[in-house]
Design a protein around this ligand. Structure first.
Ligand SMILES: *Cc1c(COP(=O)(O)O)cnc(C)c1O
Length: 336
């Protein structure tokens, strides 16, 4: 595997820190928990999509694109990071936002990520729930091409084999940090959605023969579908990297017990995770992804799945700006 031969534009502040969480570890009474701070990638409040965009935007530039299109849910962190990357590179950006939650609150519709989409100069159009959003986007892109635009489309979450290279890079970066920080890691845990993060990580970890199990905590799809999505993308990513077959189906493990009612709808365990992380470590989680991942981590520690004496790394994938779009989920007035 030779990641350096793929075109890449530096957008992220790397390496992101790898830090202990002693107060959280003590509060939960289980393993030593460390955090990999991919919420600190720097671009427009950071997050995991920036690593993917380093490779995706390089491909867009290489193809001479003058506009990038992508799609996501209303409070999409991916759409916001794409809008920011496009602004930084002097490209136009057009976003299709799907109303996936049915929320009608002012803050949900106009604050958080949506506010930043607009500040970065992206144009936005909306779709109702349940459509094939990548197909919707391709239709819009084709109409732009017919008018002479050179449009580059990025699938939801930036999750294709090019985007997943960003998380192969993260796997390399973490393994280096484990060595320099003298950390014998037993598990890595993170939130998994459109699959690119988990697919890139597992491909990188397996290509290095890291022997560290990776657990994705699902935020949307049921377990069989989530694992299939991740595996299919990992297979493509490994092929792209020149190490086909390095990922086996059994390497891909997702736990989807913490989704709650559905994508983008915080469960009680989601809100509890946000409170626990904020009060013990002053870490801000987001209600759509990272807090569902953290809820899984917390519950699996309580159930004894992760044990005392082990070291677990929680990969923080970002998204805290979304909290301001979810003020309705927190009884702020009642807590003052
Ligand atoms: C997109 C996202 C994820 C999930 O990553 P995928 O690569 O889509 O699986 C996790 N956390 C946050 C904050 C995200 O924005």
């Amino acid at each position: 595997m030779n990641l350096a031969r793929f075109p890449r534009i530096r957008l992220a502040h790397l390496p992101t820190p790898l830090e202990p969480m002693p107060r959280l570890s003590k509060a939960l009474g289980g393993p030593d928990i460390w955090i990999k701070r991919d919420d600190c990638t720097g671009l427009s409040t950071g997050g995991n999509k920036t690593r993917k965009l380093e490779f995706l935007m390089a491909e867009a530039v290489e193809q001479g694109a003058d506009i990038v299109l992508t799609q996501g849910a209303t409070q999409s962190n991916h759409a916001r990071q794409t809008a920011a990357a496009a602004a930084k590179l002097g490209m136009d950006c057009h976003i299709l936002l799907e109303d996936r939650t049915g929320y009608n609150h002012e803050n949900y519709k106009y604050n958080g990520n949506v506010l930043l989409d607009v500040l970065h100069g992206a144009s936005v159009e909306h779709r109702g729930p349940g459509l094939d959003m990548n197909a919707e986007m391709e239709t819009v892109a084709d109409a732009m091409r017919a008018k002479g635009r050179n449009a580059y489309t990025i699938p939801g979450g930036g999750s294709n084999a090019t985007g997943a290279l960003g998380y192969v890079n993260c796997a390399l970066e973490m393994m280096g940090q484990f060595v320099t920080q003298g950390l014998a890691v037993d598990h890595i845990v993170h939130a998994t959605g459109s699959a690119g993060t988990q697919a890139g990580l597992i491909t990188g970890l397996k290509a290095m023969n890291a022997q560290i199990p990776l657990l994705g905590i699902g935020v949307r799809a049921p377990k069989p579908k989530q694992e299939e999505n991740v595996y299919a993308l990992a297979v493509k990513t490994a092929e792209k990297l020149g190490c086909p077959g390095v990922v086996e189906r059994a390497d891909v493990v997702a736990n989807t017990d913490y989704v709650g009612e559905g994508y983008g709808i915080p469960a009680d365990s989601t809100l509890e995770a946000i409170d626990i992380f904020a009060r013990t470590e002053a870490i801000l989680l987001d209600p759509v992804y990272s807090a569902k991942g953290a809820a899984g981590l917390i519950d699996l520690i309580r159930k004894g799945h992760f044990k005392q004496g082990e070291t677990v790394v929680f990969l923080h994938t970002g998204g805290a700006i979304g909290l301001t779009g979810y003020s309705h989920s927190f009884d702020v007035a009642g807590r003052i």
